[in-house]
Design a protein around this ligand. Structure first.
Ligand SMILES: Cc1cc2nc3c(=O)[nH]c(=O)nc-3n(C[C@H](O)[C@H](O)[C@H](O)COP(=O)(O)OP(=O)(O)OC[C@H]3O[C@@H](n4cnc5c(N)ncnc54)[C@H](O)[C@@H]3O)c2cc1C
Length: 426
């Protein structure tokens, strides 16, 4: 063990993606750098006596100008007040206003793992800037289409985008058809009916079970169907969309003729495609780092597989990681925490000849929490299928999980507040 260095080592961490996975990595790194236990740890972290602190210089690059609570999309696209809450500009997140945290608004376009550089195309000027780093974290998730997710990159533009959609829904006198009975379609249909009970909302699904592509027990799928119906949504199972054609209406309002492959026809004012054709965002990485679907190949300590240069300095968490389990925000935050922990262990390995003890990601069995209007249904291997308002409260509270995620990441606390809590609980 060496003597305590005079100054904390300076370590540059570049995080691509500023949402659940990326921000969780950042906040836990800040704690570790300050000699604290990571805020998401269940056990006290023992710091190395020779390296009690690390000066993490964190750069977070995101295409958006803020943290967007993606889970809240079904409600944000139906309720203007909630939409305002769901997107918080990075400059307005109290817990991240620190001299060693820098936000860059732009798209990460290229990463040279050999040279350890990341290039970002600025969202406004379109100019490319290259950043050097010691550790890189891939946390850019999956790209999802409109209207599953708003496409705007600034909060200002997003509020206009959402407003346009909400106005269209308000005037939907021939009803709204939501195509796709996966988790997203179910939540969209139920939230819409919940917020605008006067609307006729129809959910259509091509198979005979909802969430048919998820490895969940039938009991969970059946419960979801019961709950959607109870929420007042009309459900058409085993209906595959053949066409949706805009037709003239007598009063000039929006009208579509919707036809299914079984011959059934109906009209609607708005047709929403809620099909999950999400694609990887990691095209900026060398092809050695990703699988044919573009997901990042990681080992259990969440660093890249060794086929990529400097693999041990490159980590990945969240939806874009190739790992078992249904893509969930809880898994993204958990992954971000482990990435922070393991980067810290790696720093100790290089500065204090410490033998690293990495956190290792286990196989994740299928599990889900699904909000269906005022109710929720959840499934996990330990609890089985549970449902009801109390499940809604536990998994989502009254804001589709916004407060749960915000509080878990402690985005509202300044660093000093966190330290005070740590001291008083130790
Ligand atoms: C409608 C909907 C409802 C959902 N409901 C639930 C739910 O109830 N419970 C649950 O657990 N999960 C739910 N999910 C899944 C959950 O949202 C994801 O698992 C979670 O968002 C993954 O987090 P992440 O940080 O990996 O990625 P994301 O949340 O997708 O964040 C990625 C970030 O990276 C940024 N980015 C992307 N590409 C680039 C680039 N090239 N350069 C810079 N920045 C980039 C994006 O702007 C974004 O901020 C839902 C998803 C959707 C779409």
């Amino acid at each position: 063990m060496g003597s305590i260095p005079e100054a904390a080592p300076v370590v540059r961490v570049f995080i691509a993606g500023g949402s659940y996975a990326g921000l969780s990595a950042a906040v836990n790194l800040l704690d570790l750098g300050d000699g604290l236990s990571p805020r998401m740890a269940h056990e006290q972290y023992t710091h190395h006596p020779s390296v009690p602190k690390v000066n993490f210089q964190i750069t977070i690059a995101d295409e958006r100008d803020g943290y967007y609570h993606l889970i809240g999309s079904p409600l944000a696209l139906a309720d203007t007040e909630y939409a305002k809450k769901a997107w918080v500009k990075f400059q307005d997140i109290p817990g991240l206003q620190l001299p060693n945290v820098r936000f860059v608004q732009g798209s990460v376009s290229n990463v040279d793992c050999d040279a350890k550089t990341a290039t970002v195309v600025d969202s406004t000027t379109k100019e490319s800037v290259t950043h050097q780093y010691d550790y890189f974290v891939t946390a850019t998730g999956l790209r999802r289409v409109w209207p599953v997710v708003p496409q705007s990159l600034t909060r200002k533009q997003y509020l206009l985008e959402v407003e346009t959609q909400i106005n269209a829904l308000d005037g939907a006198k021939d009803g709204v058809v939501i195509v796709g009975g996966g988790a997203v379609g179910i939540e969209m249909a139920a939230e819409l009916k919940h917020v605008k009970p006067h609307l006729k909302v129809t959910l259509v699904h091509s198979r005979d079970k909802l969430m048919s592509s998820e490895p969940l027990p039938d009991e969970c799928k059946d419960k979801a169907l019961d709950m959607v119906k109870e929420s007042g949504v009309d459900v058409l199972m085993s209906h595959r969309l053949a066409s949706s054609t805009k037709v003239d209406s007598s009063d000039g309002s929006s009208k579509y003729e919707v036809e299914f492959t079984n011959g059934h026809k109906m009209t609607a004012s708005v047709v929403i495609m809620a099909l999950s054709n999400s694609i990887s965002t990691a095209s900026y990485l060398p092809s050695s780092a990703t699988d044919p679907e573009g997901l990042v190949k990681i080992v259990p300590n969440m660093s890249f597989e060794p086929s990529t240069p400097n693999a041990a300095s490159h980590f990945c968490a969240g939806d874009v990681a190739k790992w078992s389990g249904i893509k969930r925000c809880g898994a993204a935050m958990h992954g971000g925490h482990y990435v922070a922990y393991n980067i810290h262990q790696s720093v100790l390995q290089h500065t204090a000849q410490h033998k690293p003890k990495f956190q290792e990601l286990q196989e994740i069995p299928p599990m889900i929490g699904l909000a269906v209007g005022k109710n929720a249904v959840a499934y996990g291997p330990d609890v089985g299928v549970v449902s009801g308002p109390e499940v809604m409260q536990a998994y989502f509270r009254d804001d589709l999980g916004w407060g749960i995620c915000w509080d878990y990441m402690q985005l509202g606390s300044r660093k000093e507040d966190v330290k005070t809590q740590e001291t008083s609980s130790s």
